[in-house]
Unconditional design. Structure first.
Length: 101
């Protein structure tokens, strides 16, 4: 009898587990940050191959913003903070933000 209660509790707990929300990291265009710096950020922080980094950089340049990746919230915030720290250290005003996907 106690075994059936344990199984019921286990089944109800499994149905309550939700996958974590996903968040996108978005780079914003500006008139001062060089294209080469943006490509380097995309390759170093987001581990993108060179061709994909160029494609995202061009999207940011042409449309004003571009999605660098979609992650769990803590990872997205960490990557955004890395971008902001590196751009500030290099003297560029590159901005990024985290949005729910």
């Amino acid at each position: 009898m106690s075994n059936s209660k344990i199984q019921i509790v286990s089944q109800s707990q499994k149905s309550m587990i939700m996958p974590p929300k996903r968040y996108k990291v978005v780079l914003l265009n500006d008139d001062y940050t060089t294209m080469d710096f943006v490509i380097a950020i995309l390759m170093d922080v987001f581990h993108l191959p060179h061709t994909q980094a160029i494609a995202i950089m061009l999207m940011v340049h042409e449309s004003g913003s571009g999605i660098c990746g979609v992650f769990q919230k803590d990872i997205a915030e960490t990557k955004c903070n890395q971008v902001l720290s590196r751009s500030e250290a290099a003297g560029f005003p590159l901005q990024c933000l985290v949005e729910e996907a």
